[in-house]
Design a protein around this ligand. Sequence first.
Ligand SMILES: O=C(O)CCC(=O)C(=O)O
Length: 252
Amino acid sequence: MLPKMTLTLSQKSSYAQDGFLILENLLSENEINTFLSSQKEYSKDFDPGLRFHATNPQWDYLARHPNTAGVAAQLLEAKPRIVQSMYLPKFSGQTKAENVGIALHQDTHYLPTEPNTLMACWIALTDTSGDNGGLCVVPDSHRHGLYDTDRTSSDEHDNWREEYRMRDRSGKEWIQEFHSFEIKDLESMDIQKLEVPRGAAVFFTGMTIHGSYANLSPSHDRLAFAIHYVADGTWCTRMDVQETILVQKYSY
Ligand SMILES: O=C(O)CCC(=O)C(=O)O
């Protein structure tokens, strides 16, 4: 395991200003290979859900790692709680339809929390860029509230609809429908296609607009793993991810 990174003041202020921060060499080659080979036992159709870190040691390892949860603690200035984790592979050599991207969005739209401390750590497990469906962000988009949206219409992006059970702090429950959307009036020149090398990660706030396009590369897989955290004491309104896991050991 690589030693825990300590963020500089300039890294923290760049995260606060831009809404995201890229850090290189978070994971070692050995850690990446161990994770990827552990995934080979699952079939393509296996759905791990959003809380596989609660039962799978390799997912748990990445979600609690000093350079993921430890950095999240420093950015949140609080002990982090793991909300959800996702393995996000987009294999090369596929058609656009087989390999669509995730429409640009703000995570807070899908995962309301109170207070809003939601943040993400998106780890590149291969070299990623705009050429293989890498992560895109809109710098400084996190300071303008939730943007207006339209139902997803482009064939570039996954199209879905899902109903979730919700519960607020007072115990009130309801069902809420969520669906994929496009952010209205987004200028393509505002979208930054990031180059994130294998072993590096992008940390971004729940309000930062981000997403991706299809991997149209004939030969370069885009493999990524994302973990969403909140600060200890935060309430997650969606019931399917309400059982968050506290990572005790990192100071901030
Ligand atoms: O990996 C992607 O393409 C997008 C990931 C994402 O939306 C997230 O981590 O919240």
